[in-house]
Design a protein around this ligand. Structure first.
Ligand SMILES: [Cu+2]
Length: 349
């Protein structure tokens, strides 16, 4: 949970001056980071981190489409939905490492265009790649896609003689074939299933506005709660294995030069303590990595965000309920975020 010391030695080729100076000397990385310094105790940051990792690797990623992100075939609308680990831990580590207090765009790590200028970028991405291996080891439906379009997608690189070199996705699935493998490491997040903390029983959904009254939402500038009806309740184990229950946020629109982050909780109201993520009611967070576009002045982006909630509903005892309460808590940039609609769907996963 810390940047290894070898990256933090000034004068070393692994050091980059454009990093947040408050995050040096073995500071615990905060996967809940949203661009501001907060007084969260170190122990809370660590339990938040473990919870976020559990959610992104286990609860929210029971199958390939959630882990890798939605299919993006030719002709599809952009940003159909990113994968769980691209969202977290990938993006918060970028933002946390970048030098936002001193650099306008969070350079180097905190912005898409400049991240590769910091040598730590390559180790950060190798670590994300390692998570891919770890995810497959968890089992269930966690395996690589068999979609041919994906397997045959091509990327061009240059070899050591500057000749173009074509690589297909199918060539990269087994790192041993590329000459390396990741050393086994402890995975403390794997058994960190969060427990119920906030409530006993069910929040009174009758006193909360229905989803149709809240969306479309023009501005996520404060915490909001809404009730939403599920497509089915009291599902059997077999039904749950066949289809995942997916909470889907459609057309989340914002200026993608800005950092945006909001948290999602189930079965709580707006009084929820969103600094403590280590509770069963915490469903996940949306985060974005800021981009700059040179002379392009159109920074508007619109994305789909999905959360797999089957396991979470079991854990908080809501499987038999027809209607549940959802609360969104903006952490940063919410005043510039609009959301067109929210729905719960059952999807092949
Ligand atoms: Cu990255």
């Amino acid at each position: 949970m810390r940047i290894p010391p070898m990256f933090d030695r000034e004068g070393s080729s692994l050091y980059d001056d454009k990093r947040n100076q408050n995050h040096r000397n073995g500071t615990i990385i905060d996967l809940g980071h949203f661009g501001k310094e907060v007084d969260t105790p170190q122990l809370q940051i660590m339990t938040n981190n473990l919870t976020l990792m559990y959610r992104q690797m286990v609860t929210n990623a029971p199958c390939p489409s959630q882990f890798f992100g939605a299919a993006y075939p030719l002709g599809a609308e952009p940003s159909p939905g990113m994968g769980t680990i691209e969202n977290i831990p990938h993006t918060p580590v970028h933002i946390w490492t970048g030098d936002k207090p001193r650099q306008k765009n969070g350079e180097n790590m905190g912005n898409f265009y400049s991240a590769g200028l910091d040598p730590i970028f390559y180790c950060h991405h190798a670590n994300v790649d390692r998570m891919w291996d770890e995810w497959k080891l968890i089992g269930g439906k966690r395996r690589d896609l068999s979609n041919k379009d994906w397997l045959n997608s091509e990327f061009f690189f240059y070899d050591e003689n500057r000749n173009p070199y074509r690589v297909k996705v199918r060539d990269c699935l087994d790192s041993k074939k590329m000459g390396f493998s990741y050393a086994p490491m402890p995975t403390p997040w794997r058994n960190f299933k969060p427990i119920r903390k906030t409530t006993t029983g069910k929040v009174n959904t009758a006193s909360i506005a229905p989803v149709t009254k809240v969306f479309p939402l023009a501005k996520l500038d404060r915490a909001i709660s809404f009730s939403i009806t599920r497509p089915a309740s009291s599902r059997t184990t077999q039904e749950k294995n066949e289809q995942e229950e997916i909470l889907t946020f459609k057309k989340i629109a914002y200026d993608d030069t800005q950092y945006v982050r909001f948290d999602v909780f189930l079965n709580v109201d707006k009084t929820v303590n969103a600094d403590e993520l280590d509770k069963a009611e915490f469903a996940g967070s949306y985060t974005s990595l800021p981009h700059v576009h040179g002379n392009n002045t159109n920074h508007a982006t619109s994305v789909t965000f999905t959360l797999a909630i089957t396991e979470l509903l079991e854990d908080i005892g809501l499987e038999d309920e027809d209607t549940i309460a959802v609360t969104l808590v903006p952490k940063v940039g919410g005043e510039g975020v609009s959301i067109e609609s929210v729905e719960i769907k059952l999807e092949d996963c």
